[in-house]
Design a protein around this ligand. Structure first.
Ligand code: ATP
Ligand code: MG
Length: 431
């Protein structure tokens, strides 16, 4: 036998029932986005490496050490599997001049790739669902995005998801804070870990985002960006707070919330849970007014968030909120191969009427005994068996047999013969 191949470390295969949970979550999100009038956007999974270097910032975890980058073997172009989607969406919006007729509300779903140490809630191929509002200065749209996420948690039945918000102000304000921060960190140089030492002058703000427990006390007492914000930034932040208050959305102001990408300004936020251990951030986002210009577009403000699908599903599981695996309405028992054409015609008309039917398919030894077919019907979870017996088929009939006690209320309580032509009508009433 040939050597077995396995998936790349940190990248997962997903079968039912989990894949059904994914579809269920995606459907919920599609409904929500439609109700908020966000439109779907699909961009490539591979982008030029330069997009992320320019968009995310050179001194970020992602660009420094997490990107899957490679050279196109045919033309030598430097390419990268997208580690996040905002940069690609912004590139696409610019490239297709999508803001020409006004701002746009967009959403996406799909795989992202980061070379991280795989662990619970952290994978190398993971999935995000994201929403972006481009061309809006806010803070009303900032609030809309946050409220939309909160509505999603409520619709999914999730609890223990808390909102943290902060303002990163504008670049000039960050510069002033940066100087104060560097001076403070220099005074405590002996407490800095390797990452922090390396970033002290290149990206000190990111040191506040450290996950190193040994540095928590140090960053806790560091100068706060909030104290360096000017009147306009504060007004934006306070207006956002007012809008959230008015919608009854609770939040905690976290002055150390800085986010991993360089492109953020003003509002930043995360939804965190204590139910998932160390990987507790389920959704994160903020305003990125500078990014569109940085990627070569006409300057325009923007704001967005992305949620981690695996983490949301994990949370749904922990809180027992996942739906049961869907089962077919009917299982078609086909005792003999003769008459298959009529059977398949009947099943197609059922499916066209919106009924789900699993057809018994024979093996190399024929159709199998009635007993084994009924066993399979039971295992399928179907509510009804449709029995296409030979003599019935000849008479243009099919037998319907309830398989579960809880279907009595739906009309047929014991085995009944129905004309083939009427099955679709009967079954459609089950919906
Ligand atoms: P973290 O601090 O956990 O590394 P991040 O700041 O890198 O997160 P973002 O880039 O903001 O994360 O991505 C948004 C969301 O995507 C995260 O809040 C998280 O839910 C999810 N996410 C990010 N990286 C991963 C990953 N490697 N595996 C699974 N989910 C992830
Ligand atoms: Mg990360």
């Amino acid at each position: 036998m040939a050597e077995k191949l396995s998936a790349v470390k940190g990248m997962n295969d997903i079968f039912a029932p989990e894949s059904a949970h994914w579809e269920w979550l995606e459907a919920k999100v599609r409904g929500l986005m439609a109700r908020y009038a966000y439109r779907n956007v699909r961009t490539p999974i591979v982008e030029p490496t330069g997009l992320f270097v320019r968009g995310l910032g050179e001194v970020t975890d992602i660009v420094e050490k997490e990107m899957y980058s490679f050279e196109d073997r045919l033309n030598g172009e430097q390419l990268t599997l997208r580690p996040e989607a905002t940069a690609g969406v912004v590139r696409a919006v610019i490239e297709h001049n999508q803001l020409y007729d006004g701002p746009k509300r967009l959403y996406y779903m799909g795989p992202m790739f980061r070379h991280e140490r795989p662990q619970r809630g952290r994978y190398r191929q993971f999935h995000q669902i994201g929403a972006e509002a481009l061309g809006f200065a806010g803070p009303d749209v900032d609030a809309e995005l946050i409220v939309m996420a909160a509505d999603l948690w409520a619709e999914l039945g999730l609890t223990d998801v808390t909102l943290e918000i902060n303002s990163l102000g504008q670049p000039a304000e960050r510069q002033a804070h940066r100087a104060a921060l560097i001076a403070y960190l220099e005074q405590h140089a002996e407490q800095l870990d390797e990452d922090a030492k390396r970033r002290l002058y290149s990206n000190p703000l990111r040191i506040l985002d450290t996950k190193n427990p040994a540095m928590q006390a140090l960053v806790e007492a560091a100068p706060k960006l909030m104290d360096h914000l000017g009147a306009e930034s504060l007004a934006h932040f306070n207006a956002l707070r007012g809008l959230l208050d008015a919608q009854g959305i609770a939040y905690r102001i976290n002055p150390r919330l800085v986010r991993g990408m360089d492109y953020y300004n003003l509002s930043v936020f995360e939804f965190v849970t204590t139910s998932l251990g160390a990987q507790g951030t389920v959704c994160a986002g903020g305003r990125y007014d500078g990014l569109i210009a940085q990627i070569g577009g006409k300057p325009a403000p923007a704001v967005g968030w992305a949620l981690g699908v695996e983490r949301i599903l994990e949370l749904l599981k922990a809180q027992h909120r996942l739906p049961a695996l869907p089962v077919p309405d009917c299982y078609a028992i086909v005792p003999q191969a003769q008459g298959q054409d009529a059977v398949m015609r009947a099943l197609r008309s059922l499916r066209q009427a919106g009924v789900s039917v699993q057809m018994h398919a024979g093996g190399p030894d024929g159709q199998g005994s009635m007993k084994s077919q009924f066993k399979k019907a039971d295992a399928s979870g179907a509510r009804y068996a449709l029995i296409f017996g030979e003599s019935e088929l000849v008479a243009g009939l099919v037998s319907v047999k309830p398989l579960r006690a809880d279907v009595a209320a739906q009309g047929i309580t014991e085995q009944t013969s129905l004309p083939l032509a009427e099955v679709a009508g009967w079954a459609a009433r089950l919906r």
